[in-house]
Design a protein. Structure first.
Lengths: 404, 80
């Protein structure tokens, strides 16, 4: 990662520290924990019309009292954070050097929606005193910091469907700059309430066929998922000293804005392309050094077309294998980028690119190499992971294999 | 409703809201010390008790109510 780009250093000033990913945790409809998650990602089809985690039991992760005072999105995030911590092993870190950075689209929407009904039907004096701490979008980051006693930076990012990616970027930059040694970073989202579902359906972003099939000619929108993903980010030297397993290096990241429209991507994906170019420059690599793209690929008409155009613009005629994990996962909104970062780490781990589930016939207007049907061997090179949020927020991570 | 029934109902509300075990809900138990309840927990418990018993408790009445026994007496005093 680079600390800065200046006139005298247009190629960027290298950050003093490298950032390793040393722990993975996910809660998703296809599985909780990295093993079940990976198995789910390898399937060529997932025709379930929903992506809910029906068997999630908060009491496996927190006390009954704590669970009652935490919105479901927060419970998911805590579970994912615990899984990531368990996966990372003993961190042996000064708590003042460890922090939390979580992303979410809306925070505790389930609680808010329920309490709106309470207020209107039973009166304002029946609204729970826990409404504010349960609904606020920083509640998950706060709960995680309290759980592990981490007192370094603790913040939340709200950039819609790019929030998980941006949270990881922001956390990684703190480590790269030497401000923190360990960060728990990711995203959590449970926005599958009747009202939010209606909002997405009525704006025609949700699939009416009930099939998530990114880049497919017949795609007609996404399927909303409830999910959370967390990674343990750790200063490389610290990770090596304690003998940690290193899944990947966060080599660079990009973040920019379309400054175009509140929901539609900029024409021809110019913002997305710019974001990928920023990320490559941050990593100090060229497009030729990228081996695989983990796309945002939501299964909406607009996103998939403009993202494909952006990829073509940045990578030219090179046929880089592209996959979208949203065929399997649905769209985890503020969690999506974190799930896909975990997915990219596991892609390195297994040297396999999972297929874009459900996609049978790639849209003839989309000229990128979409991995469909069965997994494909991972070529050499970096993996880039894209996330784009309503509001025109773009985020890209560049992950590389640790060459020990 | 006799006293035993009323306290049983009070106990159930407390167990539900504070996530404690029924055995912990004794007359002597302190909300802060023994039941790990902070001020927001007390507000929620009062709301639960109001719903359960069909009573109304004013905020001013909660002054100095620090134990299960004191809270139970407050509730009991409002039952016809």
């Amino acid at each position: 990662m680079k600390l800065a780009f200046t006139d005298s250093h247009p190629e960027g000033i290298e950050a003093p520290y490298q950032v390793a990913i040393t722990g993975l945790g996910v809660v998703t409809s296809i599985g909780t924990g990295k093993e079940a998650f990976w198995e789910g990602l390898l399937q060529s089809e997932n025709l379930s019309p929903t992506r809910l985690v029906d068997d999630f039991d908060p009491s496996n992760w927190m006390s009954v009292k704590d669970a009652r005072r935490a919105d479901r999105y927060n419970q998911f995030g805590v579970a994912a954070a615990q899984l990531a911590m368990d996966d990372a092993g003993p961190l042996e870190v000064d708590p003042a050097r460890a922090g939390v950075w979580m992303g979410t689209g809306v925070g505790g929407l389930t609680t808010l929606e329920g309490q709106v009904l309470v207020a209107h039907e039973r009166g304002p004096d029946r609204v729970t005193p826990f409404l504010v701490p349960m609904m606020m979008a920083n509640s998950n980051a706060a709960t995680i910091s309290m759980r592990f006693g981490f007192t370094n930076v603790c913040q939340a990012t709200c950039t819609a469907c790019a929030a998980g990616t941006h949270a990881i970027e922001n956390a990684a930059r703190l480590i790269a700059a030497g401000r923190a040694t360990v960060m728990l970073a990711g995203g959590s989202e449970v926005a599958t309430t009747i009202t939010a579902q209606a909002g997405f359906a009525n704006m025609t972003a949700a699939s009416t066929a009930g099939i998530s099939r990114p880049f497919d000619a017949e795609r007609d929108g996404f399927i909303m998922a409830e999910a959370a993903g967390v990674v343990v980010l750790e200063e490389l030297g610290h990770a090596l000293a304690r003998g940690a397993h290193i899944y990947a290096i966060v080599a660079g990241a990009g973040s920019n804005a379309d400054a175009h429209h509140i929901t539609a991507p900029a024409p021809h994906g110019v913002g997305a392309a710019g974001c990928m170019e920023l990320a490559l420059a941050d990593a100090g690599i060229t497009a030729d050094e990228v081996g695989h793209i983990n796309a945002h690929g939501t299964s909406t008409q607009l996103n998939d077309r403009s993202e494909a155009e952006a990829i073509e613009k940045v990578f030219g005629d090179r046929r880089i294998p592209v996959t979208s994990m949203k065929g399997a996962l649905g769209h985890g909104l503020g969690a999506a980028g974190a799930l896909e970062a975990v997915g990219a780490c596991l892609t390195f781990e297994h040297d396999l690119i999972p297929p874009t589930a459900n996609t049978k016939n790639v849209d003839p207007e989309i000229h990128i190499d979409v991995v469909t049907g069965s997994p494909r061997p991972l070529p050499k090179g970096a993996i880039i992971s894209n996330s784009f949020g309503f509001g025109g927020h773009n985020g890209t991570l560049v992950l590389t294999r640790y060459q020990g | 409703m006799d006293d035993a029934q009323a306290f049983e109902q009070f106990k159930q509300c407390t167990v539900k809201v504070l996530g404690v075990s029924p055995e912990q809900v004794t007359m002597e138990a302190s909300f802060a010390e023994d039941l790990d309840a902070d001020s927001l927990d007390i507000v929620e418990l009062v709301m639960e008790l109001e719903d359960s018993f069909g009573i109304k408790v004013e905020e001013s009445e909660l002054e100095g109510v620090n134990t299960v026994g004191a809270a139970y007496q407050l509730v009991k005093g409002k039952l016809a």
